[in-house]
Design a protein around this ligand. Structure first.
Ligand SMILES: [Zn+2]
Length: 288
């Protein structure tokens, strides 16, 4: 069975609508799927219904951005990690309420980031962004607004050539901290909604992973054992940016601790790589 438990839709920063994802999943023969948007579950109801119609096993999903620190690394300064939530009740009031708060905060944050970018543009003699620009950015977002949406708008306006340049020139410098959710709270939210939590791509070299604290796989799993194990039910072993060594290290780790093992493409449809990460079929047995 082809399995993909990590896909983004237009409800966060993916390019496809839920409908397009389900159609593509069907065409690619994906038998077990989860759409895991950043801090948003607004597409889950539609995904459940459409997947059922297409005969695809569907697991409800979300990817929460959390804050984590360890006293021995980066002088205790926090890093961001991604915590995947699966199989929760999409109608859960507490989860929905908290995600709504995050969404509102993210909009305020985006407005503050735009103010900072405007100061930079002014210094460079470039025309400033207006209210209409903000509205246009908001309209381009299906779920929760994030820096990639602002970056894409700067590309559309011709201020920068691509997303990377947007981050290099403006978005890193003009950042405003994200809504802080700690592992305790995130895991409680998901588990109280009947779901399970999975640490996403623990060794993603591009960041939002424990690789920001240490490149050593052994140290990464020691950190989890010391400060994270109680918050997770599983670990994402298969990911496009995990090499074979990382995958086998985390599979061994998961087996040692009786954790669920998951995997997926983390596809944002840029390009479309859904179903291309080889996830063994025994992963499905944990969900079906
Ligand atoms: Zn993701």
């Amino acid at each position: 069975m082809i399995i993909d438990l990590h896909v983004h839709s237009r409800c966060s920063d993916g390019d496809f609508t839920v409908k397009e994802i389900i159609r593509e999943a069907k065409a690619r023969g994906i038998g077990l799927l989860s759409i895991t948007d950043h801090d948003s579950i607004s597409c889950q109801g539609e995904a459940v219904a459409l997947a059922e119609k297409s005969g695809i096993h569907y697991v409800t999903g979300v990817e929460l951005k959390i804050i984590f620190s360890h006293p021995e690394y980066r002088c205790g300064r926090p890093v961001s990690l991604d915590l995947l939530g699966y199989r929760f009740d999409v109608e859960d009031e507490k989860l929905r309420g908290r995600l709504l708060e995050i969404k509102r905060y993210r909009e305020e944050r985006a407005a503050k980031i735009l103010e900072k970018i405007n100061r930079e543009l002014e210094k460079e003699g470039i025309e400033k962004l207006t209210k209409e620009d903000f509205e246009e950015i908001r309209a381009s977002v299906g779920g929760v607004i994030g820096r990639p949406h602002i970056a894409d708008h700067l590309v559309r306006k011709g201020i920068v050539k691509n997303r990377q340049e947007a981050f290099d020139r403006y978005l890193v410098k003009c950042n405003v901290p994200n809504y802080p959710i700690y592992p305790e709270e995130a895991s409680k939210l998901i588990r109280n909604a009947g779901g399970i939590t999975v640490l996403a791509h623990p060794n993603d070299p591009r960041g939002i992973s424990l690789a920001e604290l240490t490149k050593s796989l052994r140290e990464q799993t020691r950190i989890i054992e010391e400060s994270f194990l109680e918050y997770i039910d599983g670990v994402e072993c298969w990911h496009p940016r995990h090499d074979a060594r990382t995958t086998s290290h985390y599979v061994r780790f998961a087996r040692r601790h009786g954790l669920i093992m998951t995997g997926g493409s983390d596809c944002h449809q840029k390009p479309v790589i859904m179903g291309t990460v080889k996830v063994p079929s025994y992963v499905a047995e944990q969900f079906i």
